[in-house]
Design a protein around this ligand. Structure first.
Ligand SMILES: CC(C)(C)CCc1c(C(=O)O)[nH]c(=O)[nH]c1=O
Length: 308
């Protein structure tokens, strides 16, 4: 089954990448995915300029049907990932950046612009905004301002990683802003922010940071992920490709993301739980579904979700 896609000048020989944050903090993690036949590309852990230890543990917990995390952006620092992207990849590397301020984001993007990196960059808009304001992606004016500033100097392919939206007017408003810019792609969704898991045995939260509040991933978020991929596919300029992230645990979930319009599929929680073998399983399960339905090429079904 033909399963490749292209974003800007970057060809992906296959469908699957990791979700940023999972199996991508260290060179060895990234190398293991790069060497995996069923992985088409890798995304780096969102970088800040300086390396960060991240939040106190426990900061990630697997749950019955997903995960909760408040990692706190643990990463090796921007230079580490730029160097990885410049020296080692056999497959595409998407550089993810999440500065703790607009200025820090502009600094990292300037370094990418001035480097010989010719792959995809992804600005994580879940990064924090000024105190007292919601994350950038939930502050539409701030989003437009930072993208205007970025595109005044950044001429390489750039996508954005978005948190989920839950109001149809928010889809309209965000898509209207994103369509103003020559984005290579939108990666939707990030974890559902500030969920809370309670352990009835201990009568306690399960992660230490933020009094137990954290981003939720895994099967719990599939309906929200599918809605966001579909909503943005319906609203965004066709030139803006979509990376579908969120809730993929089976080939049927992959098939659903493709029907909603995803060009590339990212796997996070299930990669964390199952390890890199997950990509072969998802590939085989998707191929079985496509064979059964007599599809030869994903292009035949991508974005073709039916309504009743
Ligand atoms: C949530 C932030 C710490 C602002 C960004 C990094 C991030 C984290 C993280 O490092 O805690 N976890 C997620 O599920 N998504 C993210 O985008």
């Amino acid at each position: 089954v033909k399963m490749d896609a292209q974003i800007a000048n970057v060809k992906f020989d296959g469908l699957f990448i990791n979700a940023s944050g999972v199996h991508c903090q260290l060179n060895n993690d990234l190398d293991e995915l790069q060497a995996n036949t069923f992985v088409a590309g890798t995304v780096t852990k969102s970088a800040t300029l300086a390396s960060r230890p991240g939040n106190p543990r426990p900061r990630y917990v697997d749950l019955a049907h997903g995960s909760i995390n408040s990692m706190g952006l643990p990463n090796q620092g921007f230079d580490y990932y730029l160097n990885y992207a410049l020296t080692r990849p056999s497959k595409p590397v998407i550089l993810s950046v999440a500065g703790l301020s607009v200025a820090e984001n502009l600094k990292m993007l300037t370094q990418i612009q001035e480097s010989s990196f010719d792959g995809l960059t992804e600005l994580n808009l879940s990064c924090p905004n000024v105190i007292g304001k919601p994350q950038l992606a939930y502050d539409f004016q701030a989003t437009e301002e930072i993208l205007t500033a970025v595109f005044s100097f950044f001429k390489k392919p750039l996508g954005v990683k978005l948190p989920p939206y839950f109001d149809l007017v928010h889809f309209d408003q965000m898509a209207a802003i994103l369509n103003k810019f020559p984005l290579s792609h939108v990666n939707s969704i990030n974890s559902i922010g500030n969920g809370l898991w309670v352990d009835p045995v201990t009568e306690s939260v399960v992660i230490k940071p933020k009094n137990g509040f954290g981003g939720v991933g895994g099967a719990y978020i599939l309906p929200t992920a599918l809605a966001n991929v579909r909503a943005f596919r319906m609203r965004l300029n066709p030139a803006i490709k979509l990376i579908g992230t969120g809730g993929v645990t089976t080939g049927a979930d992959v098939f659903a993301h493709l029907l909603c319009g995803a060009d590339i599929i990212a796997v996070g929680t299930q990669l964390q739980v199952e390890g890199p073998l997950v990509f072969e399983r998802l590939t085989n399960e998707l191929a079985a579904i496509m064979d059964e339905k007599n599809y030869q090429d994903i292009a035949e079904l991508r974005g073709k979700l039916k309504t009743l």
